[in-house]
Write a protein that binds this ligand. Structure first.
Ligand code: NAD
Length: 498
């Protein structure tokens, strides 16, 4: 078998066919040709240069979104649905190219990257279908004298800010409902992962959306650029997915203008396993909840809360599964886990793992690092299972965003619920039990926007994804997702009998 370090990389071929600038209505490059490099976390190599836009460039992008907004808003829902259906088809036609870019910029395996393309495309199809669903309602006023009509109108030009961990799916989860609702948008991807968004924006144009309907702005200076766009009166909505810290900053900008926001922020998901759980199911689902995207998911299980009677067997079985992962570049044969996104992510995971160990946790099992030639170049971190993690360990309060499975044991149901809710976050919780009554009772007590019962995966295009507490505001996906891009107008109209 070829050594991992000798494998040819996908990068030059894929990046060679990308436009290096960003895609707007009338222009391709930012003012002075400034660029920044995109790094492959598997090798540490810079694989592409993309446009580094400044706030003035972003205003030009907003101009493009505003210029086309009146005509895009007036298109029929059927027309917008047809454009989105073509986007969906093109995403499948270009699946391998898109997946290759995701692997290149994020590091995840090609299998996971292909899964992301499918998941991302599904949002486009879902909102192509939602575009033509009737919105609004009509009723007779209680006094019988007039009609109450509610009409759902597009909110107007939007700013869409996405994170690096699921770059394509987070872009479609925002852009598809925005376009379906009749909004135009400026998309600002993470500086770590702009390549798949560049390819997506090109694909939207190729599918027949007018230039400016979706304009892409890439930059290393997200703060000043977004602040300037958000201060412009013409912008009507910001949709953000990312950390709670940046979400707070954006909410303060939005407050100044009473700007509508959707905030999909960080998580700290508890994964609760009761003594009566089916051990095999719990372990299988724990692997999914922990290892999807290498632990770099907002819905990744961050804290395993396991009841005393099953904890030892659960820890051993999970340890065997995580220790078996083979690490390496995401496009290499036989690799089950790619690198983390960058060295900062490795440093954070190392700090949180070591802090837990220093506070008395035990190391159950750890995977092997890749061969030294590979490990020394990329941002690799070996999956690890820790048991007896005390509730005061830093990992119980911080999102680790890495394959560290931290198990804390509990005795009673009340204790489990108290531990699970002891966080400022409230995105998702998972619970495992074969007792239906307990499942219902605990679900009602858990403070999170989503709950997985005997399931470690909750994401679905048809479901309203989102959090409570400091995990965010608003929902993405499902019929709810399009309402984030609509505003209601209530019309008092003459009654049919007056
Ligand atoms: P991040 O907050 O650092 O960055 C997210 C985006 O915001 C990037 O595009 C970045 O360039 C931009 N940004 C950074 N500073 C900004 C500023 N001052 N003004 C405007 N934009 C700014 O997050 P990240 O590291 O890219 O992503 C990881 C985080 O995202 C985790 O906390 C994760 O839980 C969260 N996340 C949440 C969801 C969800 O649906 N709730 C989904 C995926 C990721």
């Amino acid at each position: 078998m070829t050594e991992l370090s000798e494998r040819p990389r996908v990068s030059p071929r894929l990046v060679g066919s990308l436009p290096t600038g960003f895609l707007a209505a009338t222009w391709q490059q930012p003012a002075e040709g400034r660029t920044f490099g995109v790094t492959d976390p598997a090798t540490g190599e810079v694989v592409a240069q993309v446009a580094d836009c400044d706030p003035q460039d972003a205003m030009t992008a907003l101009d493009a979104a505003c210029a086309v907004a009146p005509s895009w808003t007036r298109t029929s829902p059927r027309h917008r649905a047809d454009v989105l259906h073509r986007v969906y088809s093109l995403m499948h036609e270009r699946r391998e190219h898109l997946a290759g870019l995701i692997t290149l910029e994020v590091g995840k395996t090609l299998t996971e990257a292909r899964g992301e393309v499918d998941y991302a495309a599904d949002y486009v199809r879902w909102y192509a279908e939602e575009a033509v669903r009737p919105a609004g309602r009509s009723t007779t006023a209680p006094n019988g004298e007039y009609q109450i009509l509610t009409v759902a109108e597009p909110v107007g030009p939007c700013l869409l800010i996405t994170p690096w961990n699921v770059p394509l799916a987070m872009a479609t989860r925002k852009a598809a409902p925005a376009l379906a609702a009749g909004c135009t948008a400026v998309l600002k991807p993470s500086e770590l992962t702009p390549l798949s968004s560049i390819a997506f924006a090109q694909l939207v144009l190729d599918a027949g959306a007018p230039p400016g309907a979706l304009t892409l702005v890439t930059t290393v200076s997200a703060g000043p650029l977004c602040a300037q766009v958000m201060a412009d009166e013409r912008l009507r909505k910001v949709s953000f997915t990312g950390s709670t810290a940046v979400g707070r900053t954006l909410l303060s900008h939005a407050g100044a203008r009473v700007l509508r926001t959707s905030m999909e922020l960080g998580g700290n998901a508890p994964f609760i396993v009761f003594d009566d759980a089916d051990l095999e199911v719990a372990v299988e689902q724990a692997v999914i909840a922990k290892m999807r995207l290498g632990g770099q998911s907002c819905v990744a299980a961050n804290r395993f809360l396991v009841q005393d009677g099953i904890a030892g067997r659960f820890a051993t079985a999970l340890g065997e599964r995580l220790a078996a992962y083979r690490l390496g570049p995401g496009d290499a044969d036989g690799v089950g886990l790619g690198p983390l996104v960058d060295d900062r992510a490795v440093d954070k995971a190392t700090r949180l793992r070591d802090d837990a160990l220093a506070r008395g946790a035990t190391l159950v099992a750890q995977a092997q690092m890749p061969e030294p030639q590979v490990a020394s170049r990329g941002s690799y971190f070996a999956p690890v299972v820790l048991d007896l993690v005390p509730p005061d360990a830093a990992i119980t309060h911080e999102e680790v965003f890495a394959p560290v499975a931290a198990i804390t044991r509990f005795r009673t149901e009340d204790e489990a619920v108290a531990l699970a809710n002891d966080t400022e976050h409230g995105l998702v919780s998972y619970l495992f039990t074969q007792d239906l009554t307990r499942a219902s009772r605990v679900t009602g007590l858990l403070q999170s926007g989503m709950v997985g019962i005997n399931r470690g995966l909750v994401s679905d295009v048809a479901a309203p994804f989102g959090g409570i507490k400091q995990s965010g505001l608003g929902r993405e996906g499902g019929p709810e997702g399009i309402t984030e891009y609509q505003q209601l107008k209530y019309v008092a109209a003459p009654g049919l009998r007056t």
